[in-house]
Design a protein around this ligand. Structure first.
Ligand SMILES: Cc1ncc(COP(=O)(O)O)c(C=O)c1O
Length: 373
């Protein structure tokens, strides 16, 4: 099966382990296991004993009841049968897309976003239309454009809320407008909600598409909002008829997810409020640093992110984004992601939720680099 190169992942594979200052990281500063246990307040000895006594069978095929209930609690209307665990949100998106989309199906995807959303349907032979997100609209979808792309019926509309890379957030009213369009077109909506829980202001968890639409499918994971990418634990929360198809496909590529991962993910979700509080503090403090930095950089502008961990920086320099990022890395040790890897030339993506020391030093180094050009 032919598929386009996954721009962002290839960039990260090549450079992430070699940079000194990682401002390409999209997870909120990751936990050491010990730190997670301390934050939950659970006795470390109990957690150790639980893990030491785990009988490592395949475990619960769809995910343990405890973990699935923890996930159910992230939604207003979900029940346990609406949820299955996956290998990260990347596994969740892949499963949904390959279970639902057939050759010739009409699919609409926003861009920029995580490339799975348009490149997997394309590789399956779907007829994919791109809904371009633009800086002048705050990187929110143009609803008239969506309406017109959806005319005549659509199988699936793919969105990403909060959006990676822009940090744009669609609120409930906005999502309802998308639902109206999807309903008219008979479309499912797949919303990659892997950054859900990181609204910078107000309620941290914005409304999920699952709770708004009977054909709404939400994907999420422990990686970003919960700082536990190393668990490789994600999920799909969708309508029963979708879960039925997805489970049949999942039997071919997953069997079950890791039991130790499942245990730690369930533990973390039991204490999600404390984790989200820790993480929102990091995100808000670092965002303040980022805003002040952009204000002092005449060649850089952005739409202030409203949620998530990333921002999309527009630069006013006569240089391709890959050249900019490669040169920056070579000369300063700072890693960003070129917009070209997301099919958006003229931009670079910054992840600002890593350790504040890394962000502060990284920004300083980018300033010196830009000044030297
Ligand atoms: C929008 C989006 N979806 C999915 C993923 C994959 O996340 P996970 O680590 O849960 O597989 C990422 C990772 O960067 C992402 O940014």
């Amino acid at each position: 099966m032919k598929i386009k190169d996954f721009g962002v992942e290839m960039w990260m594979n090549e450079y992430e382990d070699y940079c000194k200052w990682n401002l390409a990281e999209t997870c909120v500063k990751s936990f050491v296991v010990k730190e997670l246990i301390e934050l939950t307040g659970e006795p470390q000895e109990k957690v150790m004993q639980d893990i030491l006594n785990l009988h490592l069978t395949y475990g619960a095929i769809l995910g343990s009841e405890k973990l699935r209930k923890g996930i159910v609690d992230l939604y207003k209307t979900a029940e346990i049968d609406n949820v299955i665990t996956t290998h990260g949100a990347i596994g969740a998106n892949h499963l949904v897309l390959t279970s639902l989309v057939e050759p010739g199906d009409k699919v609409i995807s926003v861009l920029p976003t995580y490339q799975q959303m348009y490149s997997i349907p394309e590789s399956v032979g779907a007829d994919v239309s791109i809904l371009q997100l633009r800086q002048e609209n705050g990187f929110l979808p143009d609803l008239k454009e969506l309406s017109s792309l959806a005319e005549g019926g659509v199988k699936l509309i793919c969105i990403n809320n909060p959006n990676n890379p822009t940090g744009a957030l669609m609120d409930e009213d906005f999502l309802k407008e998308i639902v109206k369009i999807a309903e008219k077109a008979g479309a499912y909506i797949l919303a990659d909600e892997v950054y859900r829980g990181l609204n910078h202001e107000g309620e941290p968890f914005m409304t999920s598409i699952f709770d708004l639409y009977d054909k709404g499918i939400s994907t999420g994971s422990m990686s970003k909002t919960f700082s536990l990418a190393g668990l490789r634990t994600g999920w799909i929360c969708g309508p029963l008829e979708v879960m039925d198809v997805v489970s049949k496909h999942r039997d071919y590529n997953t069997i079950s997810c890791g039991m130790i991962d499942d245990y730690l993910a369930a533990l973390a979700l039991d204490h999600k409020d404390k984790i989200v509080e820790r993480n929102l503090k990091i995100v808000r403090d670092n965002k303040k640093m980022l805003i002040e930095w952009v204000a002092n950089e005449p060649k850089i502008s952005f739409v202030e992110p409203a949620a998530g961990t990333t921002a999309f920086l527009k630069y006013d320099l006569d240089m391709k984004s890959e050249e900019f990022c490669a040169k920056l890395l070579k000369e300063t040790g700072v890693l960003l992601v070129p917009g070209a890897a997301m099919h958006m030339e003229g931009y670079v993506r910054i992840g600002y939720a890593n350790d504040p020391v890394i962000i502060a030093e990284g920004l300083k180094r980018i300033s010196a680099f830009v000044a030297s050009l």
